[in-house]
Design a protein around this ligand. Sequence first.
Ligand code: UDX
Length: 451
Amino acid sequence: MKLTIFGAGYVGLVTGACLADVGHQVLCVDVDAKKVARLNAGEIPIHEPGLDAIVARNRSFGTLEFTIDVAKAVDHADVLFIAVGTPPDESGAADLKYVLAVAESVGKLMAEPKVVVIKSTVPVGTSDKVRSKLSQVLASRNVTLNFDVVSNPEFLKEGAAVDDFLKPDRIIVGTETNYAREVMKELYKPFNRNHDRVLYMDSRSAELTKYAANALLATKISFINEIANLAERLGADIEEVRRGIGADPRIGYHFIYPGLGYGGSCFPKDVQALGRTATELGYDAPLIAAVETVNNRQKTTMFGKIAAHFGGADRLGGKRIAVWGLAFKPNTDDMREAPSRTLVEALWRSGATVTAYDPVAMPETRRIYGDRPDLVFAPDKYTALDGADAVVVCTEWQQFRAPDFDEMDRRLASKVIFDGRNIYSPEHLRRDGWTYISIGRPPVTGGTSSQ
Ligand code: UDX
């Protein structure tokens, strides 16, 4: 099938490349001429494992193309995906101006019936708004043309997006017409390994499914973080508790890892937008609000632990703190809402210097903060430790999981590890005489547990 994707950002690019890879003829259109030029020169603007190979392959086959020509893009296909950004506006609600601008262009330029598929994460009711916009623009042109609007939210995890797209758990298709349903069935046929993975529903339910999925995952994280904080105060070990509850299949092991709070481009934005929707409806949704409150607090807990260790925030001036991992999670350079940011900003406010190492997110961090004397980027993880008063693990990159602790000891000014991801064994570190402070577990101080 011929397909057009509006927006060559994270979602649009992955969607376009993966749809091309199963045999569709895909044209991606973006307003950013520089980005399109880079893509046409074979450069991938984001870090996503596997994406470069899939884009290169399909560009060479001619099944994936990029353009800034909107008229050509509308003309190219009968099925047009909207995958443009929906950043939060000042009130926290998703801003639909880019989505509606695409609908307007499509309405102005379409010369035959189209199926418009909304991929962007949009508040419930947006399909209706896109429908009205198209009708309005067509009416102003005095033309009568059929169109369908489909809600088809994505469930891609950064760092695993290509795999998630190619091997989906489910594909949600929200539509009100049989025709659109048949078109979507045909389009997603290559992804139905063994059984039909497409779930059909009305578009409002499809839109709400996306928010409900992300809000529930965020709830699991805030819940385990709350229990971790209680475990600390009760002298219990959250890792034992996590295993203990995860064994119940109704709870499961996924998404109950305690940490520094969730970050990224989806959870914070989507939980906030869902809360906003509830407020607009005059519905009090305390659970959703609490998920966000708990997460915001969780992002500050590591700083509290560091300050407590050094005898108060006012004692951090002149200290050198090494930070391992800056990205909001491994396998991405995405720094949006990363808990590391809350931490390093608090350290700076207290006068500490941060020496940081992240396998891929350092250029992005430099772009955000610019050059500053209290932020030093290290060429590798051990160099970041040189002369530092402590190291803090913020992101659980694979290469931090089994470091050479003797080498760490030689580099650090004192044997202190703060672990925001619980990736080390307290037993091991206690034996080797470390001070080891993690999340929801009894602290190990100077080689002896304080419990
Ligand atoms: C998420 C959803 O997983 C995906 O389905 C949706 O489409 C977009 O949002 P993503 O933002 O890429 O994907 O990251 P994810 O892997 O879900 O992690 C989000 C955050 O939660 C990270 O900061 C991670 O460190 C944190 N997290 C995750 C925990 O703190 N504990 C966990 O148990 C799991």
